[in-house]
Design a protein around this ligand. Structure first.
Ligand SMILES: [Zn+2]
Length: 275
């Protein structure tokens, strides 16, 4: 923790003023909201892809007026970037803000922030392999978080869920809440439920999807939505369902998951940014 000489002087002065109430001064020093220093300008390509991520997911119907995408900062592993509180389809580069893992904004400039930024912060904290996170409320996935029917891979495009999609039930750890992941503690519990998987369903809420790049996190969000729709259709048809075998899913992943979504990414991006 960096303490400026100014704040140190102030703290010492405060401690003296409190005439012996040293503990109160220390408490205040550590409890005060921090404004972190910036890690510097992010790679312009990262910024471009992050803006595209918001718009693509809105265009694909995965995000509506809610939900968000973030990326780990390319210059600092302990920072991430996401939009100010804004409908995803409207996000531009000027709306992006840098955050630390406690959810503090580097320079919010008075703008309102997504209350659920702690989803992203706590996942980045425990998953060094993750460089992009999507949180969405796609209607197709919600049924699999509120029933005993597990979300399973229906086809090769969703092989990334071959080892399962856990369900996080906020009620189990936090009792009756407003359902939102609005602080670090709740974010930590969600990240724990995610474990080493590609996605975690949030009971009665939505899903968090992760990836090692923005195109992978965005691509997975799109195919998770499609897979959920296909699975519901297959269940509605009746009869036995043959899901991808975990070994088939693993072979698909070993071969390079959907070629890292490079081909559709260019198409999705071109369409989303042309608007
Ligand atoms: Zn949400």
């Amino acid at each position: 923790m960096v303490i400026s000489s100014n704040s140190m002087t102030n703290t010492i002065a405060r401690r003296s003023f409190l005439a012996g109430s040293v503990l109160a001064g220390v408490h205040r020093l550590f409890a005060a909201p921090q404004t972190p220093q910036t890690a510097g300008l992010a790679d312009p390509k990262l910024i471009e892809d992050l803006v595209a991520g918001y718009r693509i997911l809105a265009q694909q119907g995965v995000l509506d007026g809610f939900g968000h995408v973030s990326a780990r900062h390319n210059r600092a592993a302990e920072r991430f970037i996401m939009s100010r509180s804004l409908a995803p389809e409207l996000v531009t580069a000027t709306d992006l803000i840098e955050f630390d893992f406690d959810g503090n904004a580097v320079d919010a400039k008075g703008r309102s922030l997504y209350s659920e930024r702690f989803i992203h912060a706590e996942i980045y904290r425990v998953r060094p392999d993750v460089r992009a996170v999507v949180h969405n409320h796609a209607a197709s996935v919600v049924p699999f978080g509120v029933t005993t029917v597990p979300l399973r891979p229906m086809y090769h495009m969703a092989a990334f869920i071959g080892n399962g999609v856990p369900v996080f039930d906020i009620r189990k750890s936090f009792g009756m809440t407003d359902m939102l992941i609005s602080d670090s503690k709740k974010g930590r519990a969600l990240a724990e439920a995610l474990g080493n998987k590609a996605a975690v369903l949030m009971r009665g809420h939505g899903v968090a999807v992760v990836g090692s790049t923005i195109p992978i996190a965005v691509g997975r969000s799109i195919y998770l939505d499609l897979n959920a729709k296909i699975q519901a259709q297959a269940i509605a048809l009746g009869g036995n369902i043959t899901y991808l075998d975990p070994q088939e899913a693993q072979k698909m992943m070993d071969g390079g998951e959907n070629r890292a979504y490079e081909r559709p990414w260019e198409l999705w991006k071109a369409k989303a940014m042309a608007k």
